[in-house]
Design a protein around this ligand. Structure first.
Ligand code: APR
Length: 256
């Protein structure tokens, strides 16, 4: 597969799904989870930070870490991949963005109706009653090592406010999962960008798309094993998506 062959397919497609993982935001300066040396899970223990048990055991450590990540995401800007995806959507009858990312860079690049399978850093809620938390969160600069910050309390029941992300062992938000699955099963082209594809059930989506006859293409700078029916484009997300946009529709928005 080359970007020009994929560009031809995009021009003919009725429905494209763009499925993104942490690699799509890496060039915006947001660390991935599993990349060697820079991945978050190399520096922090997921069992201490990304489970409900971790939050119950040390809410301030967990909340402080997510506040640090929320600030980092807030300071980041959409990169060439986010911008190209939003631009490609303008040329397609239908394009659905399904992301595992908890930042809002797709939206800030102009993508609409993004399906967030793993929730969002920007939608905290009460851990006990589920009430969304709307008061402004702290904007103080946080040190990188993740200082402890006492989480705010729910206005309704005084329970702790938790990050609005999906933790290990939790179900995906039902509507998001259903919509992601439906899109994967209906699309004719499925692009999986910047994901290691090992966290289920999200990682099932490319397989579902393949099973329903879509062309499935993985975009990643690091090659990994795929089945004989899937395709691989090797390179960073921004470079590959900007080339694809140019070759399919002859445009390229300025990366910020
Ligand atoms: N462009 C494209 N891909 C990139 C880039 C880049 N510039 N830089 C790194 N990558 C790739 C890596 O090669 C890797 O395959 O992005 C992928 C990142 O993988 P992970 O860190 O495992 O991230 P992700 O697949 O999104 O993780 C899934 O795991 O911890 C949970 O909930 C978290 O949503 C996350 C889920």
């Amino acid at each position: 597969m080359t970007t020009s062959i994929l560009a031809q397919q995009l021009r003919k497609a009725q429905h494209v799904v763009i499925f993104t993982g942490a690699g799509a935001s890496a060039e915006s300066g947001i660390p991935t989870f599993r990349d060697l040396l820079t991945g978050l899970w190399e520096r922090f223990d997921p069992a201490q930070l990304a489970t409900i048990e971790a939050f119950r055991a040390d809410a301030s450590l967990c909340w402080g870490w997510y506040e640090w990540r929320r600030q980092k995401a807030g300071q980041a800007q959409p990169n060439g991949a986010h911008l190209a995806i939003a631009e490609i959507a303008k040329h397609m009858p239908r394009l659905t963005v399904v992301t595992q990312n908890v930042d809002d860079l797709h939206e800030r690049a102009g993508s609409r109706d993004v399906i967030h399978l793993h929730g969002s850093l920007h939608s905290p809620c009460c851990i006990d009653c589920g009430q969304p938390y709307t008061l402004p969160l702290t904007s103080d600069a946080l040190p990188e090592d993740g200082s402890r910050i006492e989480p705010p309390r729910c206005n309704t029941c005084s329970g702790y406010v938790r990050p609005g992300v999906v933790w290990f062992g939790e179900m995906l938000p039902e509507n998001a999962w259903r919509a992601g699955l439906a899109a994967a099963e209906e699309c004719d082209v499925f692009l999986s960008i910047g994901t290691s594809g090992i966290v289920y059930p999200a990682a099932e989506l490319p397989l579902r798309a393949l099973g329903h006859g879509a062309t499935v293409v993985h975009i990643n700078p690091v090659r990994f094993e795929i089945s004989g029916q899937e395709h691989f484009l090797q390179g960073p997300a921004s470079v590959m998506m900007q080339s694809l946009l140019r070759e399919a529709f002859g445009e390229h928005p300025d990366p910020q």
